[in-house]
Design a protein around this ligand. Structure first.
Ligand code: ADE
Length: 233
């Protein structure tokens, strides 16, 4: 998969992309991420990327020219046309696991991280195929949401995680939260690992986990249970 991130603050996204699973995904050639500095697409001598909003109001708006140039640069230089051009915004549809699953099947995503008050509407009208929010709160820019999206999607690509099963057994993959997990030692500061997990009885372990998942989901996220298709819950 190829991912292009267009941002006015490339340093924010570059650090995390160089670490851990996102680094490994790129190292293995499973994901290629290109970060584009919006300012390098500014055409005027001050390299201005934002301006005051027409009609007044607080905040600055990202100008259309550098964003058009950046998206056109990506489409002209990439060997695959983008499947989606995604604008990260609190206005968008809220990211969830089914959306991440669907996006992980795409070949080429372009992410636009906005800043300031927003981006000129003409960019949205001309290029954006999807608007995605990472939750009902407002961040100061789209860089962290872009990273959240890249992480949620990249870890689903086969081969990115060491254990292919672990992405599938995550919380939310089956509309339920995860059961508690433990590792050694069996006893730590007076707290014991539940006996069932040490029993070696896989049927009992599966039944215990299903109960834990159902109880935790009912308590914390009853909204997830209504459309569950997992009959073990
Ligand atoms: N930009 C600012 N806040 C955001 C959010 N919650 N989701 C996506 N992009 C954003």
């Amino acid at each position: 998969m190829r991912i292009d991130i267009i941002t006015a603050l490339p340093q924010i996204v570059e650090g995390p992309l160089d670490q851990s699973i996102l680094h490994r995904a790129q190292d293995k050639g499973l994901v290629t991420v290109h970060v584009h500095d919006l300012r390098s697409f500014a055409t005027d001598k001050h390299r201005q990327i934002d301006d005051y909003p027409y009609g007044g109001g607080a905040g600055m708006v990202l100008k259309p020219e550098p964003l058009f140039a950046a998206v056109e640069h990506v489409t002209a230089t990439a060997s695959t046309a983008p499947d989606e051009v995604i604008f990260l915004t609190p206005d968008g549809e809220v990211l969830d696991q089914p959306m991440a699953n669907a996006l992980s099947l795409r070949q080429h995503l372009v992410l636009i991280a906005g800043h300031y008050k927003g981006i000129d509407q003409r960019v949205r009208d001309a290029f954006v195929t999807r608007e995605i929010s990472i939750g009902d709160y407002v961040l100061s820019g789209g860089e962290l949401p872009a990273l959240v999206l890249v992480d949620a999607v990249a870890r689903l690509i086969p081969g990115v995680l060491g254990d292919a099963q672990s992405a599938l057994s995550d919380s939310f993959q089956e509309d339920a939260l995860d059961a508690p997990v433990y590792t050694r030692p069996a006893s730590f500061r007076g707290r014991e690992v539940p006996e069932v997990l040490r029993s070696g009885d896989h049927q009992r372990i599966a039944a215990w986990r299903a109960t834990q998942r159902r109880e935790k989901t009912a308590e914390r996220r009853p909204d997830l249970l209504h459309d569950t298709t997992d009959t073990s819950l």
